[in-house]
Design a protein around this ligand. Structure first.
Ligand code: GLY
Length: 573
């Protein structure tokens, strides 16, 4: 480089003074600077350009802002920058309209939007090639067209199929092409996933989606222990305990007055068991004679009625509903196995399984058509098929509704996402179409389009989880509570009466009682005793005996308390 020819410019001040001294009329008007080095009276014409021509609709100057009067005239008046004085002549917008458009406006001579559409070979209901204009059809296209119709401006567009028509296109490539400006948008069953949202803008989802596992199922053989299945273990335990508890309570309440609940201890124990469990079939032979016993029994029989009918209904369902099970229980058991997994050609599922779930790529089998889905599941892992398929729910719903009921969704949907239309970053169309999609959803049009294109058969609903028919304690604890409370109240009343009666035997005056059904050789000592055993003996005593004793006791007291015929009081024995 010839550095010696370089010169240092040090005439900056002189250059500045030359500029500040300028005063001439250029193309844009007067060129002159004030002492603050600002242009003197800067002003511009405001033009409305339409087609190939233009018209002036006003002026702008920093003296008075926007106006329809020339700045030269305004300079002679005091400055007025009030909002009311800021106006221009009306603008003619593209389309020869003076209504201000909102959002993007595509000029009629503008380039139409280049819209990429996946050229699918499976699940054509969502989007596919069409011989007739506009060249594509399907649920996604109908949703897009319906959303465009809600926009307040026209959007010229051309649909461009992406894919060779022999295999589903790779959806990541379509999104990449939009980001690289090879298309303006992508319309179809494009899933909104994180990697894609980094390079394009998606509209609101118009379809819910998520990955699920589909596996072959086989019918479960009926078990000889099926009769135990209507109730959970806990329910059986509590029901059995309540039968015995109610039997015991009724025995306590009846024992003193009912000969059928009396007798030697072993007979009474047998009676309790027999009585308890015969209420299950309402076939108990022992009569209940006490009011409290009847109260407890009637409530218990109501509980038994409900339990019996629930058991019958549940057992009927279990024995008549087809129960299907699968070796694969969900994504966790599938991922931890080493078996081949089917995935849809072109789908993001491949990347997800490899990158997020760390499933070996060699295990993934690409399935191109619905027939391949079906045949590889039928073949199974041992005959060159797959153990299960991982795909998005909307495809699987269509697949299951069109196939025999030999497959079912196992486990939960393990990702949650949706399908949206992809636009280049910062495209205002993405925002406007999101609003339009929400409108479609709210006014029910989205559902109508769904019904038009995606009819689902009921096969998936026939596959019931037998667990639904298990009855647990949760459904019955209210009944047990009512019965328990009734037993408790009855026992409290019963023992209150017993204690009252027992206290009438406790003679402050030393009244005598004779031997009754229990051994009362020394009645006074018995009556004074308050030991627990004596109380139990008293409870065990038949009520008639008790009454008789009370009667005798009262007679004795009266006799002892009244003067004798010879004028002497009888002393207590
Ligand atoms: N729905 C297919 C995909 O976006 O990968």
């Amino acid at each position: 480089m010839n550095l010696s020819s370089m010169r240092i410019f040090d005439g900056g001040q002189q250059f500045l003074h030359s500029l500040l001294r300028m005063n001439f009329t250029g193309l844009s008007g007067q060129i002159q600077f004030d002492v603050d080095k600002n242009l003197v009276h800067p002003a511009y014409d405001v033009l409305n350009i339409g087609g190939t021509g233009s018209r002036r609709i006003g002026y702008w100057s920093n003296y008075s802002g926007l106006s329809t009067v020339t700045p030269e005239v305004l300079y002679r008046k005091p400055p007025n920058t009030s909002v009311s004085s800021q106006h221009l002549y009306s603008v003619i917008w593209p389309g020869e309209t003076s209504i201000v458009p909102r959002g993007w406006v595509f000029p009629e001579n503008g380039r139409p939007l280049r819209i990429a559409v996946p050229n699918r070979v499976s699940y054509l209901q969502f989007v596919s090639k069409d011989r007739n204009p506009p060249g594509v059809r399907g649920y996604c296209i109908d949703v897009f067209e319906a959303a465009l119709n809600l926009l307040p401006y026209p959007v010229p567009r051309v649909y461009m199929l992406h894919g060779d028509g022999r295999r589903n296109p790779v959806y990541n490539e379509i999104v990449q092409a939009v980001a690289e400006d090879r298309y303006d948008a992508a319309v179809g069953d494009v899933t909104i996933v994180t990697n894609r949202t980094k390079i394009v803008d998606f509209t609101q989802p118009f379809m819910e989606s998520g990955l699920v596992v589909v596996a072959p199922v086989k019918e479960v053989k009926s078990s000889p222990w099926a009769f135990l299945r209507p109730f959970t273990f806990q329910m059986w335990l509590v029901t059995g305990a309540f039968f015995l508890f109610v039997g015991a309570v009724v025995w306590i309440l009846e024992h003193r007055i009912n000969n059928e609940f009396r007798g030697p201890p072993w007979k009474q124990i047998t009676t309790i068991f027999w009585f308890s469990f015969s209420t299950m079939f309402f076939s108990h032979r022992e009569n209940t004679v006490s009011t409290l016993g009847r109260l407890v029994l009637i409530i218990w029989l109501f509980v038994v009625l409900i339990i019996n009918s629930s058991y019958t209904a549940s057992l009927t369902s279990i024995l008549t509903v087809q129960e299907l099970t699968s070796r694969i229980e969900g994504i966790d058991s599938l991922a931890s196995s080493n078996e081949p997994i089917g995935i849809q050609d072109g789908s993001f599922a491949r990347n997800y399984l490899i990158e997020e779930l760390h499933i070996a790529e060699s295990r993934l089998v690409i399935l191109k058509t619905q027939q391949e889905y079906s045949s590889s599941l039928h073949l199974g892992p041992n005959r060159g098929g797959v153990a299960a398929i991982v795909d998005e729910l909307p495809y699987i719903e269509l697949f299951l509704s069109a196939s025999t009921c030999a497959f079912k969704i196992v486990g939960q949907e393990f990702t949650k996402s949706g399908w949206g239309f992809a636009f280049q970053r910062d495209s205002p169309l993405a925002v406007d179409l999101s609003t339009a999609i929400l409108q479609l959803s709210e006014n029910g049009d989205l559902q109508k389009l769904n019904n038009k294109w995606l009819t689902h058969a009921d096969c998936s609903e026939q596959v019931n989880e037998i667990d639904h028919y298990h009855l647990s304690l949760k459904s019955f604890w209210g009944l047990f509570l009512i019965s328990g409370i009734a037993c408790f109240i009855a026992l409290v009343v019963f023992f209150y009466n017993i204690v009252c009666q027992y206290r009438r035997f406790t003679p402050e005056d030393g009244a005598a009682a004779e031997e009754g059904e229990i051994q009362l050789a020394r009645p006074r000592r018995f009556l004074r005793s308050t030991s627990f055993k004596k109380l139990i003996d008293f409870v065990d005593m038949k009520v008639d005996t008790t009454k008789e004793m009370i009667k005798r006791k009262s007679t004795d007291i009266k006799r002892q308390g009244s003067p004798s015929s010879d004028g002497h009081a009888v002393s207590p024995s």
